[in-house]
Design a protein around this ligand. Structure first.
Ligand code: PLP
Length: 477
């Protein structure tokens, strides 16, 4: 393919994407396919001879679309949003087009410097503590990881090294390998699955502590666990607090957890993957009160900030702790400006890294802080609209409401809510998933797509109401 053909191909693909997003509302949000469906639509082997791009692009509709769950549909209300905007798409294309791997400053200075700068823009927009800024005089700084899962694992691995280093300073006769086997970490039973997985990957027990009635981890519960473990000869080292939990968007109280972590010398990582974007708006900044006590803080612009996966922003109080934990040098990685700018390979798991800052730069410039704040406020208002509709129905119990997420169930036995969920899934006209709140099964309804309007919320509510009433009727209720 030459440059001329690329221009035609990319133009046609852009047109296809624009048409797709304009009309995605009309597609069934959940695909009606069974596992293995694709085998019948594709040949057994890759083509021997090159095909024309027009032929391949035409196959997107025939081969790809039948198996698509339309995450960008305004009728997608499952999980949390996955960001999307034209600005971010072009940023992604530029990143692919420039095709650099900025693992060190020298490997592509702009990849590092734009990221460093964007992380400061973002930290200021979210009103994060000054010490997280790359531009601040201290050792703090920000980096883009691929996912919140990686950010948690990176923080956990750095905490592990920091704790062992400190213990060895106190008692040099100790064996580092043995100390590592006694480390233990904590989070709430409401934390995202990726937090428990970080414990598995780091070979370190991650204790899931019981949440209170609002789905929060309280300091007294954490303190009891820490005391118990110390009494049993274990070495507490790491805590993950969540701002905006996945099941119900609950907020762990950072001030009390942070104070405990400082007292006990535990690394506090804050996972604000979804809810962190709300900090763009001054009226939500109270949720991050206590963030100054955190050692690391993560927000996913790829969730609620109109940026496509992957783009996970992570700030640390002391970047030296990442560098000390992750640096492995080779002669081919060394460069003449080493030490004068971050070498981000030492802040992350892989060596290679994508030029993610480009899409962040484009989105921040093309939407502006104002545009992003308007997006958050609009989505929260839509969730409030859904809440009002749900609360007005006598058979529906609204269990929790926070930001863009409303969790509800049908009054009465659990089976009714289970049947409602099954009916909604089978019909595939909207997509919602299960959660748990107040010790019961709930349906999570989240405003996800940037294309969702009030009429889509009305559509979703009508679908839920009709199916709920059918379930109730079937039970003679
Ligand atoms: N943390 C929270 C609170 C989440 O809701 C999610 C995903 O929904 C994650 C972490 C995982 O995010 P990622 O896919 O970026 O690893």
């Amino acid at each position: 393919m030459d440059a001329r053909e690329f221009i035609d191909f990319a133009g046609a693909a852009a047109e296809y994407i624009a048409d797709y997003l304009t009309s995605v509302r009309d597609r069934r949000v959940l695909p009606a396919v069974e596992p293995g469906y694709l085998r019948d639509l594709l040949p057994e082997a890759a083509p021997e001879r090159p095909e024309h791009w027009r032929h391949v692009l035409a196959d997107v509709e025939r081969v790809i679309m039948p198996g698509m769950t339309h995450w960008q549909s305004p009728r997608f209300h499952a999980y949390y949003p996955t960001g999307s905007s034209f600005a971010a798409m072009v940023g992604e294309m530029l990143s692919a087009g420039l095709g650099c791997i900025g693992f060190s400053w020298a490997a592509s200075p702009v990849a590092t410097e734009l990221e460093t700068h964007m992380m400061d823009w973002l930290a200021r927009l979210l009103a994060l503590p000054e010490h997280f800024l790359n531009a601040a005089p201290g050792p703090g700084g920000g980096v883009l990881q691929g996912s919140a899962s990686e950010a948690t694992l990176v923080a956990l691995l750095a905490a592990k090294e920091r704790t062992v280093r400190r213990l060895l300073e106190e008692q040099p006769e100790q064996d580092a390998a043995l100390l590592k086997t006694r480390l233990v970490a904590y989070t709430c039973d409401q934390a995202n699955s990726s937090v428990e997985k970080a414990g598995l990957l780091a070979s370190l027990p991650m204790r899931l502590l019981p949440s209170d009635a609002q789905g929060r981890l309280r300091a007294d519960v954490l303190q009891r666990a820490v005391d118990e473990d110390r009494a049993n000869g274990l070495l507490p080292c790491f805590v993950v607090a969540t701002l905006g939990s996945t099941p119900t968007c609950a907020f762990d109280p950072l001030p009390e957890l942070g104070q405990l972590c400082q007292r006990e010398r535990l690394w506090l990582h804050v996972d604000a993957a979804y809810a962190g974007t709300a900090l763009l708006c001054p009226e939500y900044r109270h949720i991050a009160e206590g963030a100054e006590l955190a050692d690391s803080f993560c927000v996913n612009p790829h969730k609620w900030m109109l940026i496509n996966f992957d783009c996970s922003a992570m700030w640390v109080r002391d970047s030296h702790q990442l560098v000390e934990a992750f640096t492995v040098d080779r002669i081919y990685l060394a460069h003449h400006k080493q030490g004068l700018a971050p070498d981000y390979r030492n802040w992350q798991i892989p060596l290679g890294r994508r030029f993610r800052a480009l899409k962040l730069w484009l989105v921040l410039r093309l939407h502006g802080a104002e545009g992003l704040r308007a997006h958050v406020r609009h989505q929260v208002a839509l969730a409030r609209h859904f809440e009002a509709l749900a609360r007005a129905h006598a058979a529906v119990h609204v269990a929790t409401v926070a930001l863009g997420l409303v969790c509800f169930r049908l009054q009465g036995p659990e089976a009714l809510t289970e049947e409602l969920l099954a009916a909604l899934r089978t019909r595939g006209r909207i997509y919602v998933v299960a959660g748990a709140a107040e010790g019961r099964l709930v349906i999570r309804f989240c405003i996800c797509s940037r294309l969702t309007r009030a009429a889509d919320v009305d559509f979703a509510w009508e679908e839920i109401r009709q199916q709920a009433e059918a379930v109730l009727r079937a039970h003679g209720l």
